[in-house]
Design a protein around this ligand. Structure first.
Ligand code: ASP
Length: 325
């Protein structure tokens, strides 16, 4: 039986009823110290964009889209540029977004030529009749092209860092039993954002390149509503971590349900990170760890993680942008 990992958490609180707020994450894992500066820089740039939009009274869904667009653009994270490579040496991207007010969501998975998956997810969320909310692979790419999103070449997302990691993994013939990259040392730099706008509405989104060296076609929790993200009129959350584990417990909808029963977001997050770990103690040596950010309607926010570190940050009106790892 693995030992329950230490859970780190913190809270944020709105000053007033209508205080706009934004929280972001840039993945939860054993982020190397050499990479912390670029993570913080990427989050600060994205938060600054979120701050400006919220001060212009923009809607929460639009703010989530714009903040995540900048995180996808920054090479520090496993989303957009800098995404990890699968076993074929290719990037496959997933993203999802949800509006708490209307329960509309949009998502894409396994896309290779969409520059900003979160923007296409947003476009699907905005489809009036809501008949096609979640598209995968080539279908999603065709939808994007038909809606004016210019495709990029698949190598647009490639970085030297991920090429080197891929080469190391492919050389490691004993990959499955190796400890060179496992559990928390395996990069999990998914990005996410939760927003509460001036009208008190909530939205959440998540974007990722998935986990490194997975089989082509693998989809984790990140683009799945209720698993990698969720929003309703009471709470918005975005998760990151071991995708198969998060999916198995529907992490985001579980924390949201607990908040609806009266728990503070931080309490709900800590309880569910414990549950995630306990649930997966089935004899496999798997690190069932994750991180989560949350905001509720009343301006209570929280972050929590059971990994060694999590890139996180936020802003609220009358406060300064903060980041931490
Ligand atoms: N949850 C993501 C996945 O499994 C990975 C991550 O959060 O970094 O695809």
């Amino acid at each position: 039986m693995n030992q329950q990992p230490r859970i780190h958490f913190g809270v944020v609180k709105a000053k007033e009823m209508n205080t706009p707020m934004v929280l972001v994450h840039g993945g939860a894992w054993d982020i190397p110290f050499a990479e912390t500066r670029m993570h913080e820089e990427g989050m600060k740039t994205a938060l600054d964009r979120g701050r400006r939009l919220l001060l212009q009274n923009k809607k929460c869904t639009l703010v989530v889209r714009e903040v995540i667009t900048l995180l996808e653009q920054h090479p520090a994270f496993d989303a957009g540029i800098g995404a990890v490579l699968n076993r074929d040496g290719e990037v496959e991207l997933d993203a999802g977004i949800m509006c708490g007010e209307t329960a509309a969501y949009g998502a894409v998975a396994g896309v290779k030529t969409i520059q900003h998956p979160i923007q296409v997810a947003y476009r699907l969320m905005e489809e009036r009749k809501g008949q096609n909310r979640f598209l995968i692979a080539e279908g999603a790419e065709r939808f994007a092209a038909a809606n004016g999103f210019h495709p990029v070449k698949p190598d647009y997302f490639h970085t030297e860092r991920e090429q080197r990691r891929f080469e190391q993994l492919i050389l490691n013939t004993n990959f499955h039993t190796s400890t060179a990259f496992s559990g928390n040392t395996m990069p999990r730099g998914t990005v996410g954002c939760v927003v509460r706008d001036t009208f008190g509405n909530l939205a959440a989104g998540t974007s990722t390149g998935g986990a490194p060296f997975t089989l082509a076609g693998r989809v984790g929790d990140s683009p799945i509503p209720g698993a990698g993200f969720f929003a309703d009129e009471l709470v918005a959350c975005s998760a990151t971590g071991w995708g198969e584990g998060i999916l198995g417990v529907q992490l985001s909808s579980r924390v949201a349900f607990q908040v609806s029963t009266g728990l503070h977001p931080a309490e709900a997050a800590v309880q569910q990170l414990r549950h995630l770990f306990q649930k997966h103690q089935n004899g496999q040596n798997i690190e069932a760890t994750a991180g989560i950010i949350m905001l509720d309607r009343y301006g209570n926010g929280a972050w929590a993680f059971s990994t060694p570190r999590m890139a996180r940050g936020g802003w609220q009106e009358d406060g300064a942008i903060w980041t931490a790892i």
